[in-house]
Design a protein around this ligand. Structure first.
Ligand code: ADQ
Length: 766
């Protein structure tokens, strides 16, 4: 996709409202005027909002609303003076009580998620009260968004402070299209797993409330998918996840800058003035520049030490180069940050003390927020941009440096490979921020690089920075939210609304004959770690006997279980039993009948094949049934389960290559090999009979139940338990809701409507 610029008409579907939600509003009040807050997210969205939120852009969003924390009221913000070029954004302030804010923002967000996600586990603070505050604050944001939202809105949630919010919104606003973008890295599982189990599950499920979850790089997206597959039951397939909320997509959307705006600003009088001032101050020394917020992730001290090594090892540059290190004040009331600041300042003092001469200082250190004109002038004039974070989600400074360099005198970007930007700006001199000597070498290399080399490298970097600008980022992300929300390629079931249930009950009552087909595991009873312990309780028995007591009803349990298991638990119930996916049938009180003769020679070969892989698959089990062989991997560690099961499927496909009578079927954490002639479809068709009765209901949860659903002719009812792709028309979330549904059919008075359509909030049609 190409970048769309301000003034170009965005797609028609964009004529909706966009609600941006971030921890902080992008503006604060300063002497009655709106002033922009610093930070990467604000820089990026400000540029996008300015382009698409202006009244002169009728093709843009109908309205832009920004919801975030502020100490000012909505009225104060609305009546404040605005600069002419400020975007038309309606600001909705969230007031967070100070104590809650401290625990949520300073505590959980900045002292737990920030250090962990940046791979600084030693700095993480796991205080439970902070996590509770995080939950409360996310709920507070949710209430405000709910108040503001209208049908058809697109809600774009930003960053690590609000990871629970998308899940809350998906429940509260089923009609909204929700996107979440994480501006910081997502860590590898070894680090993510340090978060207490219930919190980490809640965080992942919260994130998956978004229809689209976006990261800066493919690596972060991959880490996230790994965490999902290890912590949640939901299925992940490529970049798609099915979770309690339904389906979400996951993708890499590297953030960009408004490159053209930076380029234009280079030529303003204010920037020219700054350039003149800087030149006067540094004379004709070479200039190396860095700018970062004060933070341990930015590698500030390590950078200084690397520069010291450079001065030591390459003395020919003494007196020739000035390193201007700008550090923007941030969180410096916190002891850890104060300590870091002191260390930086004493190191600067020591290096300057060691190397300065009467007319030269190797480091010009500034601890202040510099005006934008000065920042652009420094980007423009620097011969080297030294950007060496220990870890950084993206790092916009690297891109801004590239955009502001003059073509005739382009400088060199030295960039940490630990930044998201390094995944895009491959032509930069990439360094490891822990390797002082590599950084020192890179500075020396940059200083000696020929004009030709610098120009050709910069041209390639510049092309990429301009092509993947902030507009491309926002457009692609928002397009992604639309297609994740409205893509219809994957059929999923809708939950059961009160009206839908009433219709079903009406049909049930009117019908003189009815067929009800029920799967067992995951449908009538929840899964159990030990399959033999997943047994029916009194409620299940009662529902079945009440259903069977009505002579109009024909009731069957169609399961993959063995004849012995089903007979043990349902042998005395007035229910027809189908075992092993329909290979065996037993009418109430009768004997088991094998529906078709089976040639069993294939089983030994399949078992031998499975045993080979079982040897290196702790937790896996092989079950031999009368007509099938099953590989169970529920108890395996999820990542090796995925790999071993893929190995198994490959081996089985090879083994069964020329045996067209057998099929390999995936169920819930199982792989089953069985003859094609036995399927729930055959069993169900036989049971339904011809002509079909006026009321049919089939309920099941896994892939084998798709065969059951396929056998149900219209206008029969098909209900899937859980989420994910299905041919069923309706869904509920768990066996408890199946029982509530069946109880509701028999005796409407006992039905708890919430118990059933609690489900339909989560499973929406996409
Ligand atoms: P930040 O940690 O804020 O962002 P970064 O990407 O480097 O880090 O952005 C800093 C931004 O602040 C730049 O756009 C810079 O121009 C701006 N800035 C610098 N000095 C300023 C000043 N005095 N006033 C106003 N603005 C100033 C987080 C993540 C990053 C990710 C961004 C965007 O930590 O990894 O790149 O979000 O997703």
């Amino acid at each position: 996709m190409t970048s769309r610029r301000a003034g170009e008409k965005p797609p028609v579907r964009r004529q909706r409202r966009l609600l941006v939600v971030s921890y902080r509003l992008p503006f604060r009040l300063e002497e009655g005027k709106l002033a922009q807050n610093a930070g990467g997210l604000v820089s990026a969205l400000f540029a996008y909002a300015r382009a698409h939120g202006s009244q002169s852009d009728p093709g843009g969003f109908e309205e832009l609303v920004w919801i975030g924390a502020s100490t000012n009221s909505a009225a104060e913000l609305a009546s404040a003076e605005r600069e002419a070029d400020m975007p038309r954004v309606r600001l909705v302030p969230v007031t967070i009580p100070p104590r809650l804010d401290r625990q949520f923002y300073e505590g959980c967000s900045n002292d737990l998620i920030w250090p962990l996600f940046h791979s600084f586990p030693d700095l993480a603070d796991f205080r439970a009260t902070n996590y509770e505050a995080y939950q409360k604050a996310n709920a507070l944001f949710c209430r405000l968004v709910e108040k503001e939202a209208r049908d058809g809105d697109v809600i774009w949630v930003h960053d690590y402070h609000l990871l629970l919010l998308p899940g809350m919104l998906r429940q509260a606003l089923p009609a909204a299209a929700i996107g979440l973008f994480l501006h910081i890295p997502f860590p590898s599982f070894e680090i993510f797993r340090l978060i207490p189990r219930t919190w980490r599950v809640a965080l992942l499920e919260g994130m998956l409330g978004a229809h689209l979850v976006g990261f800066h790089t493919q690596d972060y997206a991959t880490h996230f998918l790994e965490a999902v597959s290890r912590c949640l039951d939901g299925a992940t397939d490529q970049m798609v996840v099915d979770s309690v909320h339904g389906r979400s997509r996951v993708g890499a959307f590297p953030i960009g800058i408004d490159a053209r705006e930076f380029e234009l600003e280079r030529n303003t009088a204010a920037v020219q003035q700054c350039r003149d001032d800087i030149r006067r101050a540094i004379g004709d020394h070479r200039l190396m520049f860095s700018v970062d917020r004060l933070d341990y992730t930015k590698g500030l001290l390590q950078r200084l030490l690397a520069y010291e090594e450079f001065l030591e090892r390459f003395p020919r540059w003494l007196g020739e180069i000035v390193f201007n290190m700008v550090v923007i004040p941030s969180r410096d009331t916190i002891p850890r940050y104060q300590k870091m600041k002191k260390e930086i300042e004493s190191t600067v003092g020591r290096i300057n003390g060691l190397y300065s001469t009467l007319d030269w200082r190797p480091i010009v250190y500034q601890y202040r927020s510099i005006p934008r004109a000065e920042l652009i002038a420094l980007y423009d004039m620097a011969d080297i941009g030294l950007i060496t974070p220990m870890r950084d989600g993206m790092n916009l400074v690297a891109k801004e440096f590239v955009a502001c360099q003059p073509p005739h005198r382009s400088g060199v970007l030295i960039l940490s490979e630990m930044t998201g930007a390094a995944a895009e700006l491959r032509e930069a001199l990439l360094i490891n921020p822990n390797d002082r000597s590599e950084i020192a070498d890179a500075i020396a290399t940059a200083l000696l690089m020929s004009d030709e080399q610098r120009r050709s490298t910069w041209t390639r970097l510049r092309d990429r920075v301009f092509a993947n600008d902030v507009f491309t980022w926002a457009e692609e992300f928002l397009d992604g939210v639309y297609s994740a929300r409205s893509g219809t390629a994957v059929p999923t079931a809708t939950g059961i609304s009160p009206a839908g249930f009433r219709k079903m009950r009406e049909a049930y009552r009117k019908a003189a004959q009815r067929v009800i087909l029920l799967d067992y595991d995951g449908t009538l009873v929840p899964f159990h770690r030990i399959p033999s312990e997943a047994v029916p309780d009194d409620r299940v028995r009662q529902v079945l006997s009440h259903l069977a007591a009505d002579t109009a009803n024909q009731l069957a349990i169609v399961s993959g279980r063995s004849t012995q298991f089903l007979e043990r638990w349902f042998g005395k119930e007035p229910v027809t039993l189908f075992a092993e996916h329909g290979a065996f049938r037993r009418h109430p009180g009768g004997d088991w009948q094998q529906l078709q003769a089976d040639d069993k020679h294939w089983k030994n070969a399949v078992i031998a094949c499975m045993r080979q892989i079982w040897k290196r698959s702790p937790g896996a089990a092989i079950e031999e049934k009368a007509t099938a062989v099953v590989w169970h991997y529920r108890d395996m560690e999820p990542v090796s389960a995925k790999q071993r099961t893929a190995d198994l499927e490959r081996a089985l496909h090879e083994l069964l290559n020329d045996n067209s009578d057998l099929q390999i079927v995936r169920g819930d954490r199982i792989v089953e090999v069985r003859p094609k002639k036995f399927s729930k479809m055959h069993a169900a068709r036989e049971f339904i009979g011809t002509p079909p009765p006026p009321f049919i209901l089939a309920i099941g949860d896994d892939r084998t139940d798709e065969d059951l659903f396929a056998a149900v002719p219209p206008p029969g009812y098909t209900v899937k338990v859980g989420n994910g792709p299905t041919r069923a028309a309706m869904s509920v979330t768990n066996p408890g809701q199946v029982l509530a549904l069946l109880e509701g059919l028999i005796s409407p008075a006992s039905m708890d409507p919430e118990a059933i359509h609690g489900a339909h909030r989560g499973a929406d049609r996409i």
